[in-house]
Design a protein around this ligand. Structure first.
Ligand SMILES: *Cc1c(COP(=O)(O)O)cnc(C)c1O
Length: 398
């Protein structure tokens, strides 16, 4: 593509990028969407082409027109040099970690990290001879005191899983780079629509596409987008491990991206409305949502993020472990619209009682049970009525 066209593309709004990224009807006889190419073998016309790898596609694991369409769309959103597709969001964390770390290296991981990331670090990375330390999400430049001579990777996730602590990403990236470490970020909550990690100094942006890009609770996928400095190492590590995206799932995620902006707008508006309403209820000790002025990380969120998605938590007041369990069970079991289930990002509302027992620094609240809500695309008045029924049931517990 010519420089002029690239420049024009850089000026496009995010919804335009969602509609036109990975979009190339002229290459497919005018059909609007790319074909779903099921492939292992790719044929070469002659030995010379085969030996020189002189054609665009060479083997199924190295990309197809379907996976390329998705990667092109994601690169346009992230501003990345390249994107890899993985079979789950968790694989989108483990694969870059294994690509950038080796025995004797040290990694710093934020304490409010997605729990399975911690399990991978504690059991797999430590077993491979890689040191891992956890750090307080609210450390900014003070993270310098934790950097060691062998620190090669700093993993961030903002807002943090379940408790939504914000991080000063540019400050952390600056310190990490001065010490020769790369910065990875799990950006699943915001998606590149509400936060573009690479613009804030992050090297490798990670997204569980299972969540908002999928949007319908029916596809598992992880996406990892790297800047020019890290792309080659990420892509080689990925190929060495034999990872690749399936054609059908890639098609579904590209399809999900087309409406992600609209869906996120609605998730944002409904979730913020519900969060404000919860803040005013006497059964609630705290609402953990970065978009609320009362939230400790609100200023950072306002400085760096363009929006908030549909997931946040609140503390249901209760005293002691047994009252917490009884109240939260009554609350959750009374819900009819909210499903009780893991994951999020689909069209339907979900609720879950959060377990923070693996935290080493950022422990859970002590004044009640932490309930995480994903606010779906239903009408807000119905979501609110459902939560009211939950509060009524919880109030009957002494
Ligand atoms: C869900 C989630 C993942 C993992 O995604 P899966 O596709 O379920 O493996 C990773 N990071 C965060 C922050 C998540 O919420």
């Amino acid at each position: 593509m010519s420089g002029d066209k690239e420049q024009n593309k850089a000026r496009l709004g995010m919804n335009t990028r969602l509609a036109h990224g990975g979009y190339d009807p002229r290459s497919y006889h005018g059909f609007v969407n790319p074909p779903v190419v099921h492939a292992s073998t790719v044929l070469f016309p002659d030995t010379h082409t085969m030996l020189s790898r002189g054609q665009k596609y060479t083997y199924g694991t190295h990309g197809t027109p379907t996976t390329d369409a998705l990667c092109d769309a994601v690169n346009a959103l992230e501003g990345s040099a390249g994107t890899i597709i993985l079979p789950s969001g968790l694989a989108a964390i483990s694969v870059p970690f294994l690509s950038f770390l080796k025995a004797g290296d040290h990694a710093l991981v934020v304490d409010s990290v997605y729990s399975p990331t911690r399990r991978f670090c504690d059991q797999m990375l430590k077993g491979l001879g890689i040191e891992v330390d956890y750090y307080d999400p609210e450390l900014g430049t003070d993270i310098a005191s934790l950097m060691k001579a062998n620190t090669k990777l700093v993993h961030t996730e903002a807002p943090g899983s379940n408790t939504f602590e914000m991080q000063d990403i540019p400050a952390i990236a600056d310190v990490a780079h001065r010490h020769g470490a790369i910065v990875t970020m799990d950006n699943t909550w915001a998606t590149p629509l509400f936060f573009k990690p690479l613009d804030f100094g992050v090297d490798v942006s990670i997204n569980a596409a299972t969540k908002y890009p999928s949007g319908h609770s029916d596809v598992l996928m992880g996406l990892v987008s790297a800047n020019a400095a890290t792309w080659e190492q990420l892509s080689e590590g990925n190929m060495m491990m034999g990872m690749c995206g399936s054609p059908d799932d890639s098609y579904q995620i590209l399809r999900g991206l087309r409406t992600m902006g609209l869906r996120l707008e609605r998730h944002q508006e409904s979730a913020l409305g519900i969060a404000r309403w919860l803040e005013g209820r006497e059964e609630v000790a705290a609402v953990l949502h970065p978009g609320l002025e009362s939230f400790p990380g609100h200023a950072l969120w306002k400085r760096d993020f363009k929006g908030a998605s549909g997931i946040f938590s609140f503390v249901l007041k209760a005293e002691g472990a047994s009252q917490q369990k009884a109240k939260v069970s009554a609350f959750l079991d009374a819900l009819r619209l909210f499903g009780l289930g893991y994951s999020w990002g689909g069209y339907e509302s979900l609720a879950v009682w959060v377990n923070l027992s693996d935290r080493t620094i950022r422990k859970g609240p002590t004044d009640g049970a932490l309930v995480r809500l994903q606010i779906g695309l239903e009408d807000v008045k119905d979501i609110q009525a459902d939560l009211e029924a939950g509060f009524r049931a919880a109030a009957e517990i002494g």
